[in-house]
Design a protein around this ligand. Structure first.
Ligand code: FMN
Length: 236
């Protein structure tokens, strides 16, 4: 599989799946950190990746000092949450077993990337009417009481506030309108779960109809590029 062309890459070997792209700080802005979550297994060829990259590139053109962290779930899938993680959530910190400490540390690393970001760009292919299981596993590690959500007497309260998100959604069919719209579970779900942790300012780029005659990659990507420019202008 071809490597994704994401600018300069410096490694953080202890955190597989994470790439950090540092660019010189030429202009001070309030938005300095972009987190790009990739979830297609198709690498650089993925349409969700291409649409998301176009948003990131547009943002970087407006924010030359921005830092981009890439978390590639397609290349390095997160584990499903297992017994160590779930039991650790209930345990006292001083009583944690090494496996539980490890499970929480992985979750903490993913959460910290989100908390450090000003904007989270999610590149998402539609798989069987919903998000890839790798992205669902990421969500299961990130939506965590006490870290990204708080259960108060008034109900749940998202702790990840003051951030924006962009969804780059790629699909073989068309879900934004027409007969398949009732089967658009991915966008409402992502909006719901991001809103649950406090991210309510969400824009969407669609690369849809990739498998449909009359649309296809060329038209859909051209439309996505136009949408990316509009979104970047709205964000920065
Ligand atoms: C396992 C799998 C399931 C898919 N399920 C759907 C689906 O339910 N609806 C759809 O429109 N396209 C579906 N597709 C097609 C992809 O959404 C489409 O190829 C899209 O471009 C993938 O995004 P990517 O290029 O970013 O990987 C599926 C593809 C795969 C590999």
């Amino acid at each position: 599989m071809k490597q994704k062309p994401v600018l300069l890459v410096t490694g953080a070997p202890s955190r597989p799946g994470r790439r950090v792209v540092e660019l010189p700080l030429e202009r001070k802005t309030t938005m300095q950190n972009i987190l790009l979550i990739e979830s297609s297994p198709r690498g650089a060829q993925a349409y969700s990746h291409q649409a998301a990259l176009s948003v990131v590139n547009e943002l970087q053109a407006r924010l030359p000092g921005a830092k981009v962290v890439v978390r590639d779930l397609g290349e390095n899938p997160p584990p499903h949450v297992g017994p160590a993680f779930v039991s650790a959530l209930q345990a006292q910190p001083e009583a944690l077993e090494p496996e539980q400490v490890k499970a929480l540390a992985y979750s903490d690393a993913l959460i910290n990337e989100v908390l450090e970001a000003d904007v989270v760009v999610l590149a998402v292919p539609v798989h069987n009417f919903t998000i890839p299981s790798t992205l669902k596993a990421w969500i299961d590690h990130v939506v965590r009481a006490g870290r990204t959500i708080s259960y108060t007497s008034n109900g749940p309260k998202g702790l990840v506030t003051g951030k924006r998100a962009v969804l780059a959604l790629a699909s073989g069919g068309v879900f934004s309108n027409g007969p398949a719209k009732p089967f658009d579970f991915h966008e409402p779900y992502l909006r719901a779960i991001l809103g649950f942790i406090g991210i309510t300012d969400v824009d969407v780029v669609r690369v849809e109809g990739m498998a449909m005659s009359g649309i296809g990659p060329e038209k859909a990507l051209a439309l996505a590029t136009t949408q990316s420019k509009q979104i970047a202008a709205h964000l920065a």
